[in-house]
Design a protein around this ligand. Sequence first.
Ligand code: ZN
Length: 474
Amino acid sequence: MELNRRLLGISVILFMAIAFISLFAKGEWAENDSKAVVKVEEKELSQYPGLNLETKTKEGDLFTSSISTPITKSDSLNDQINAWIQNQQDEFMKDVKKNEAIIKKGKRAHLNITIDTAKVNDHIYSFTLESYQYTGGANGKSEVQPFTINLETEKVLTLQQVVKDNTEKKIASLAKKEIVADNNLIMYVFEDILDEALKDTRKWKWSLNQEGFTLHFDEYEIAAGAAGQVNIEIPIDKMAPYLNEEILDGLKEKTADELPEEVTPDIVELDPDKKVVALTFDDGPHPKVTPEILSTLDKFDAKATFFMLGNQAEYYPSVAKEVAQQGHEIGNHTTSHMELTNLQKEEIKKEIDTSNQLIKRATGQSPSVFRPPYGAYNDDVKEYIKEINTPLVLWSVDSLDWQSRDANEVNKKVKEEIVSGSIILLHDIHPSTAEALPELLESLEREGYQFITVSQLLSLQGKQGVGPHYGKIK
Ligand code: ZN
């Protein structure tokens, strides 16, 4: 808590300084202040110093989207990353328009862009962006784009910059060996096309991590559709002789993987004559907004439930851990905010399981409740959460903070709809939500509300089983 306040204090001072300089440099507030805050915070709190992650979601009648964007301090790197993301968005929107009639009759379209990040050393990161697009029909399509970036030179690294001279052919033959040895995969692969692809090293899509060097091929690129996307991983011990020293030294360094101490959410001692409400915060942790929300909750001795994204928890483990340490309840909101109703059973399982692991690694706590993105679930989702015995929690009051982005509107909306026993939907990624909270808690406290976790609320209401649970409606 103390550290948190200090960080917040430092950030506020730095933020003011940067905002002040920006004001003079460009003569405008609005554009610059959000940028400045991200730049200050990422240094302090990201698991990958110099690299930040922002997950933005959209929801409409025709489609939903969730896009995780890595952000560096380099405009040139950001531009290259954003160009790929923009291209995916454009393609998606084109297909949505084309298939509008089909989508209206069937399932909503969905665009999901997610990230898998590895640290090579303190200024080189290798990450893979994966886009999944569903625009009607039986299956979605995916595409990957890896980037290995050097934050010091502000450049995307080429293959020649990470391997020793003239070793590409040897790496290609290692890759071929790996794929031939994979009995489940090789039967789908068109070998002549694979050989051609392996020859053209400039077109390789590759990434690196402590486990190995991976070549990425899109669906249908070298194999039949049944194989899906093909990743050929050359294990690091086989790859080591061909990597240049700087890269290899970085990858060899083991990162300590200590699990934080396990804590259980606080049970608030209740006055039975007073009212209760469960505040819930989705889509975080966020390096700036979540700490602000924690600090306000602390002032009111309020407990809440945070439905975290696995990806965000991986990037900001110290923020995620702080949420748990302060006695709040931790919920799972999937790894990358997928619309689960578009997915096959196995993919649903993976979105939920990976997120559970990432959140546990960050907080020391296994999420005790689950909330599907966009509130969208089907029998497959229900069946799986029953299997892992985690209640499915929706909400009775939508603050619409994601839509209004306005503190007064959030307060107005919640006060209009709240009753004792409500579950309130909020998001700890919008600064306006953090701004709304002090006034919200103060007025609700005046009205006799006590702020408790979702699980405490459900147990008070005698709600059992995996649900779905909504909370009381006015
Ligand atoms: Zn969400």
